[in-house]
Ligand binder design. Sequence first.
Ligand code: F0G
Length: 484
Amino acid sequence: MRGLTGDSDESPTTCMGLETQAAAADKLFTQRCIEPLCQATFGVDERLYVCPNCGGLIDIERTMGFHDSSALIGLWRERRTSFDAPDRSGVWRFRELLPFPGDASIVSLQEGNTPLYQARHSAHYCNLDLLSLKHQGCNPTGSFKDTGMTTAITQACRLGSKLVICASTGNTAASLAAYAARAGIVCAIMVPAGQVSHAKLAQALDYGARVLEVEGNFDDCMRVMRQVGEDPSVYLVNSINPFRIEGQKTVAAELAEQLGWRSPDHLVIPGGNLGNSSALGKGFRELFAWGLIDRMPRITVVQAAGAAPFARLFTESAGNLQDGRPGRELVNEPDPHTLASAIKIGAPISWKKAWRSVIETGGRVITVTEQEIADAKAMIGRDGVGCEPASATTVAGIRRLVKEGLIGRNEQVVAVLTGHVLKDTEYAINYHNNALVANWRSEVEGAGRIIGHFPNIPMRVAASKEVVQKLLQQLLEEDQGNKA
Ligand code: F0G
């Protein structure tokens, strides 16, 4: 297989000419409806979000495996030392997994290549020997969305799209805005008015997106976007778009590589619209099928208790599975609530794909409370890592699973942190000042004041050397007392 080349300078143009790959993408890859009774197939150049025959979700499949997995692993490792732009992207470095021809012009911000941190405080908090945090917040726009946006916007360019759109709780919007700007395509984003963090909104505005603030929640935005997306002159890049999932699935390869081409025992992921859990499940499924790893991790999805239609389906389906499928369809949560605004979603589009990820790996779907999310987030901060609230559902969930004996103390556990700590600073400031309030109707799950169990209140001091020195001395004594 030949390597691909791209601009190695810092030119502002990120659409790069690539050399020809060994085989054309339209022969190697196909789009297939995931509904077992349909399974209709389509070419990868067809602009589809759902199956035109039955409305099912679409998967992209590689029709051939790899002859020599160790050569592939070697090639991917070699690219880490390359200065070619596609090689420096943590997504395009794994381009053999992606449904694009070798001559595709890719739109990249050098996404991926995110760290896997050991987290001592968080591990202790969960009662685990070790805990690893895969920090997808260390992407160019501060969330995991970039790994899928690079492939979705590359496909938008291939299809000649002039206008790209999405509905978003904020991170997809920021990511789309940045990648559309890089590609020189107009973009419009729909966000629930007053429910998106300022940081995310600020990003979208700065990157030049047209921002439509909708009077409604995320699910209303998504419903309207899907209707608008039927118009062939626009291209919808929510995670219902299978090209988004393709980019996001490469995180499985990156993580397996970081672990020496092994799967962890458990992989724990926050669940909102359920694209990420779908993508990581697909990524690991493919690595396993092609002999790159020898087993799958158990995938657990964690939802906030007030926005948990998927967890409810899982719990109610226990003991009532038919060929691994739930006994019923997912019932939407009409009025979801959580302060983790990124996952305030009641009608998750990709639930059938996420279901597969959970069931075929022997994982589960659980919920955590607002209080658990807030405390877990503070603990992740203590590791010097930090994340946005939605990401902290993972550590909160792991703590619960260890307590219930469903994760063993010495098992290898990876939590996927999906967004950067600076994505929602108001939440952090309020938590540390004991002013975080879930201010919705008292009868609704999780309402009320969140107690800052690990608060860190700023100290107002006089501008005086003596006062400050005295305080610093106290701090040292406190620290020694804590360590004694
Ligand atoms: N974590 C963060 C930080 C997110 O922004 C999201 C989703 C999720 C977790 C959930 O991922 O939807 O793939 O299950 N944010 C979307 C958005 C909905 O519009 O930014 P999922």
